[in-house]
Design a protein around this ligand. Sequence first.
Ligand code: ADP
Ligand code: MG
Length: 358
Amino acid sequence: MWIEKLSVNNFRNYNTEEINLSKGINVFYGENAQGKTNIIEAIYLCAVGKSFRAKSDRQMINIDSDTAFVEAEFKKSDREGKVKVVLDSKKSIFLNGVKIKKLSELISNLNIVIFTPDDINILKGSPDNRRRFLDMMIGQLKPNYIFVLNNYRKVLEQRNFYLRQIREEGKSEDFLDVLDEKLIDLANKVYIYRKEFVQKIEKELIFQHKEITNNRENISIKYISECGDIEKFKKVLLSRRKLDIFKGFTSKGVHRDDFSIFINDRELSVFGSQGQHRTAVLSLKLAELAVVKTEIDEYPILLLDDFMSELDKGRIHNFLEKIGDIQVIITCTDKFNIEKNDFFVYNVRDGYIYKEDS
Ligand SMILES: Nc1ncnc2c1ncn2[C@@H]1O[C@H](COP(=O)(O)OP(=O)(O)O)[C@@H](O)[C@H]1O
Ligand SMILES: [Mg+2]
């Protein structure tokens, strides 16, 4: 799939811009703080319905305005469509001109895989980075996953609230059995989705990593969860009940899931160099791309923010020449050229976008 045209209006540091995009590679280059990542953010907003970096939607509206919109016109193998996101005191999303009622209706229209410098935190940061990676990928493909996950979070909140009521108001523990039952069931459903996707990722990850490292490194991924076996998880919850009451929150569950990456059988987070982390995260992203492609039978759009800062030039050329039939949106500081059809170059300067000959 690809975006043919992106329009922004009072979005971040832009006034009105209409950008025609190539089906292939699109490079947005320019100095720092000119609006390059804002373009990536606008596309992301049309795909996911929220920003990957703004804490509130207000931040995305130009400071001199009270309203903003972004609109993406896209084409897929079987249809074309338009997503428009309007931001004012609240957010409204239109799909082919019709306002959607729930965010989940947006899912699976525009599929994207995003790669930003911060993604190194998927491997280096705390487990919530890794859970977010899984949740984003699965949620984009399986709207029901988001539904199950949200239900899990609701029950978890109820359980935590009740734990504190037991501790502070001496309420009976009986009701916990009911909540535990619900929690265990939902946790297992989340587990099954995550397990399935980690397995899908693993196959692609092994392949991609071999390619990138010229067969020098073997990669593997291990999903860590306590919720795979319903009976076992039930026992875990029971054995931790006193502790949970004392602490006032639930110490085990899919909200504590994690995964580890191993390179040549050694745990990356313990033994890996900076370079190995970078390569592994690129492999992980390419694996995500391949999994999404298999699931939707079409390539998602690849968003590469500040790509040059991640890899050297030789690798980038190699990567882009091999990448095939995918729409890629790249932001970088230095202009570059590769021998390829469908290659557009844009210069970004202070909220204006200038198309150049490529
Ligand atoms: N709501 C906003 N209104 C106006 N300008 C904004 C807003 N949010 C961010 N900016 C400006 O956008 C620029 C940063 O854009 P960004 O795309 O992150 O830059 P880069 O080109 O480095 O990727 C900065 O100049 C910042 O002041
Ligand atoms: Mg940037």
